[in-house]
Write a new protein. Sequence first.
Length: 236
Amino acid sequence: MIWVVIAIFLASYLLGSIPSGLLISKMQGIDIREHGSRNIGATNVWRVLGKKWGLLAFFCDTAKGWLAVTLGVALAMRFPVTEHLIHGKTALHPLPTDYAGITAALGCILGHTFPVWLRFRGGKGVATSLGVIIGMMPLAALLVFAIWGVVFKVSRYVSLASVVAAVALPMVVLGLLFIGPADGWAAVNGWGNFYFAVAAALLVLRRHASNIQRLRDGTESRFGTPKPAAEQKSEP
């Protein structure tokens, strides 16, 4: 079983580490790491290159999260694990799909956040986290994205919307575990998904530590307004 888990994790990490925002900026003749906040995420691509390219970066980062979970589950089903039985017989059982999905999700998010190709300096993982949640828990993803949209619409702070959505994710998953449907596209299957939601939320919060501090200080830039030059230089 350990080799199947390692294979799923490594494949998902490599998929997640594809720097969509950087590749898009290179196609436009610039290095996104030298402009705006210098982050390779979709928000900075939008700020620097415009709406069309920002949406493309968001779509690519989200899609690779969904694809990692989908391929991870397919890989687990394709290479079942041998289990030794009491009477000397063996049987083949696939890795449970929720464990396969969680392994792929963590690998993909870590790949996006800490890509080996970029000296482990990647994006903040919001779009990729949304993608893996779509693959694992579609209804939870829809509810969390709706929360993100409401907060962003009211505040115009991408960082605040991302932080609130991250905090809401474990609570949404917990609620669906208790009151949601038992099967189908809206189901959340198993406590492992809740523990994953907590881990993903903590990682997003950790990556937004500087944004949270600026929100507290009242110096965070709203979306659509240029950042001060000093802030652009200081933000990693």
